[in-house]
Design a protein around this ligand. Structure first.
Ligand code: ATP
Length: 267
């Protein structure tokens, strides 16, 4: 069977996350699609794409105050609006990749994932596996979104959470995070001009990473970014964090060519 790669197109790449606007960056997604197509002409691999939600998720969840469960009719209205927006973004990313010459299959996470108290507990993968039985070049496109929650009605699930779940079950050769910075730094590079890029992170660095996370003035975001790393280091896959806004990076990282970024190596 061909190697599997999981590619996350972060919300900071596929949407206008920095301006907090509900805009899909179709030009960027199409360029990434062409780079995937080019890489696949040189090397055969199975691919899953996961798109982050950006404002389509975060802004709606904040506006409707539905981060901690659905309790009122108004909460359900907010849930419906968030789901509608996130599913639109998922379709749009899938369709834009399709227009770049890829055979994609929208696989909206809200229809296949279940959480309990915000923790992802199951994802129905059979549809993905059956289509691969027929043709393993088809690219399922999942997303970060609101999903049913057995205790809370529904809760937000990040693209990163579903990637971790998929990685534990499908053992991808590599996981690539396309984001809007050049990798993982010792502090937020958008806030600190002297932030240093961490080229490689291994299990031995975990102590340092925790220090950086708690030492930052932006604990929340830094904690979010660096907090993910601990889980990634438990997986048996190489993970890369690279800048998806830089043309050429996606193709190069898919082909194992040198790219500026961070390699999270569990070995
Ligand atoms: P989404 O979660 O919506 O898919 P994403 O995965 O593209 O988004 P973010 O979760 O927004 O990306 O993470 C990228 C941001 O993290 C950067 O824009 C940067 O400002 C911020 N950040 C905070 N701490 C760090 C750090 N130590 N190294 C790199 N980026 C950091």
């Amino acid at each position: 069977m061909k190697d599997l790669v999981i590619l996350k197109i972060g919300g900071s790449v596929c949407t206008d996350k920095s301006r907090n606007s509900f805009r899909v960056r179709s030009d960027v997604v199409k360029r990434i699609g062409k780079e995937i197509r080019d890489a696949r002409m040189e090397k055969a691999f199975r691919l899953i794409v996961v798109n982050g939600a950006g404002p389509f998720g975060h802004l709606n969840v904040k506006r409707y105050d539905i981060n901690n469960g659905l309790h009122t009719e108004k909460d359900y209205e907010g849930f419906s609006k968030t789901l509608s927006d996130c599913t639109y973004l998922n379709w749009k990313v899938s369709d834009t990749l399709r227009s770049a010459g890829l055979v994609t299959m929208p696989y909206p996470s809200s229809s296949v994932a279940i959480q309990v108290k915000k923790k992802l507990v199951s994802v129905y993968l059979d549809n993905m596996k059956r289509i691969w039985d027929a043709n393993d070049s088809v690219i399922p496109v999942l997303n970060g979104t609101m999903v049913p929650d057995m205790k809370l009605g529904s809760s937000p699930m990040s693209g990163d959470a579903i990637i971790e779940y998929l990685a534990r079950r499908l053992s991808p050769k590599s996981i690539i995070f396309l984001t809007d910075v050049d990798g993982v730094f010792d502090k937020d590079p958008n806030r600190f001009a002297d932030a240093k890029l961490l080229k490689t992170i291994t299990k031995d660095d975990l102590g340092n990473i925790k220090r950086y996370a708690t030492g930052s003035s932006n604990v929340d975001v830094t904690g979010g970014m660096l907090g993910k790393l601990k889980n990634l280091l438990e997986l048996n896959s190489q993970c890369y964090v690279v800048n998806g806004n830089r043309p050429g990076n996606t193709r190069a990282v898919l082909l194992d060519e040198p790219v500026k970024g961070t390699l999270i190596n569990p070995f």
